[in-house]
Write a protein that binds this ligand. Structure first.
Ligand SMILES: C[S@@+](CC[C@H](N)C(=O)[O-])C[C@H]1O[C@@H](n2cnc3c(N)ncnc32)[C@H](O)[C@@H]1O
Length: 430
């Protein structure tokens, strides 16, 4: 397919997402099934246009004075793929599969409008009601952070130190363009592609099948590392989900001690079994029933609550969720976070640690939650984390955002990772 056909395909998918409220992955899959002549390169290019459009939906619509799927698709090629208007019109001219040309009013808007005249939340491509929370979280940097959340993400990998080291994995993946990560000690990074380029399918590699590495955002690796589980400890991953952080912690403990992985939703937990097997972990017990944890109250050295959240920190990877988020969803998550923290805290032994993590950057899900928890539970206190940061990642590592040095917020503009929050609370020894 030429560019015109790919653009027309992306516009069809964007229309499908908008009119039928379809998840992006489902809409793209359906398009592929009903256009079997399209090759994998075409499907990847169409997927890139669709995701790029969703990342910058508001600013594209402002500059085109039109929020239709067609306007967004054109704007992607003009603003994110580096085409000039003349070059793009020339490229699509005479292509029977290309979409209709820009209308006079779209053309006029695009050539005369300036994004600096748009409201700030449009410049940052975030919902207007979220702007105050970004201002609280990032101060004068909020717009930069919002814009960084509208860029393409890198592909990040974590070496499974139970089976390999970074040198060995990088050698096995030499065709992928992976390099050692800047901060995460066992991380590797494949840069985000441009235009139609595809990220390598690393999970098809033999080295992945052999369990030498996992796919995990660098921010997620960093917060798992900050838990600092030690060999021989008893650790509870209370919101284990598919096990991303369970696997990282089990490897950090060198298969010694125990990680107990629990999740309230057994469907989310299901993939963990296969992943643990591939990674060669022998120190993980999986629980899908809270009753099997009951006897372990007050027993754990460390309890991690990787809490359910709005996922605002992952908007680069899941831009559709940015436009679906409502204040009601946020309030629901805040209640779930309070419940998860209260339930998990019962398992921390005197002198042990309760770790609270989200992949959100909103203060009401982060600092506000842990401060409230410590007010309600005077047996717990926040342990400042910046000293530990320097010890783990070295003096050369960038210093993360932090409220008074107590907690850590990772973000794409400051750390080049997804957005994450981390806080360590210690239960006073009795
Ligand atoms: C952010 S996800 C976990 C991701 C996972 N730790 C990882 O690294 O791949 C949050 C998880 O918390 C679970 N959850 C929500 N409320 C819970 C509760 N009260 N108790 C236990 N798990 C809960 C959800 O089912 C969801 O799987």
């Amino acid at each position: 397919m030429r560019l015109g056909g790919r653009l027309a395909g992306a516009i069809e998918v964007l229309n499908d997402i908008e009119t039928r409220r379809r998840p992006v992955a489902d809409a793209l899959k359906d398009w592929g099934l009903s256009h079997r002549f399209a090759g994998s390169g075409d499907r990847a290019a169409i997927g890139n246009i669709v995701y790029d459009a969703l990342r910058m939906k508001l600013s594209h619509a402002f500059l085109m004075d039109d929020d239709s799927a067609a306007a967004l698709g054109w704007a992607v090629l003009l603003r994110q793929w580096g085409f000039s208007l003349e070059a793009l019109e020339q490229e699509l001219d005479g292509d029977n599969f290309a979409p209709a040309p820009l209308t006079d009013s779209q053309r006029h808007a695009f050539t005369s409008r300036d994004l600096a005249d748009a409201p700030l939340h449009v410049q940052g491509d975030i919902p207007d009601w979220v702007q105050p929370a970004f201002e609280t979280a990032f101060g004068e940097d909020w717009l930069k952070e919002a814009q960084a959340l509208a860029t393409r993400p890198t592909l990040d990998l974590r070496v499974n130190t139970l089976k390999a080291n970074r040198e060995k994995v990088l050698k096995a993946l030499d065709r992928s363009g992976a390099k050692a990560s800047d901060i995460a000690r066992f991380g590797m990074r494949v840069p985000a592609g441009e235009g139609p380029s595809r990220l390598p399918n690393v999970t098809a590699e033999l080295s992945f099948q052999k369990g030498w590495f996992e796919v995990q955002d660098e921010g997620s690796q960093i917060v798992a590392d900050l838990v600092e589980p030690r060999e021989g400890e008893q650790v509870l991953d209370f919101c284990a989900g598919g096990g991303g952080k369970t696997l990282a912690m089990a490897a950090a403990m060198n298969n010694k001690g125990q990680v107990h992985a629990f999740d309230a939703d057994r469907k989310r937990l299901a993939p963990i079994i296969e992943r643990l097997k591939r990674a060669g972990t022998h120190n993980v017990q999986v629980h899908d029933n809270p009753k099997s944890l009951a006897a372990l109250k007050d027993r754990f050295d460390q309890v991690l609550v990787d809490a359910p959240c709005t996922g605002t920190g992952t908007w680069r990877r899941r831009p559709d969720t940015k436009w679906r988020l409502t204040d009601r969803n946020l309030q629901e998550r805040i209640v779930q976070q309070q419940e998860a923290l209260a339930e998990a805290a019962r398992f921390v032994k005197p002198g042990g640690s309760l770790l609270y993590v989200t992949c959100s950057v909103l203060p009401t899900e982060n600092d506000d939650q842990v401060e409230q928890f410590c007010r309600d539970n005077p047996g717990f206190e926040i342990v400042p984390v910046l000293d530990q940061w320097t010890r783990l990642f070295g003096k050369e590592a960038p210093t993360p955002r932090s409220k008074d040095g107590q907690t850590v917020t990772l973000s794409p503009a400051s750390m080049d990772t997804d957005g994450f929050f981390f806080c360590r609370m210690k239960r006073r020894a009795e």
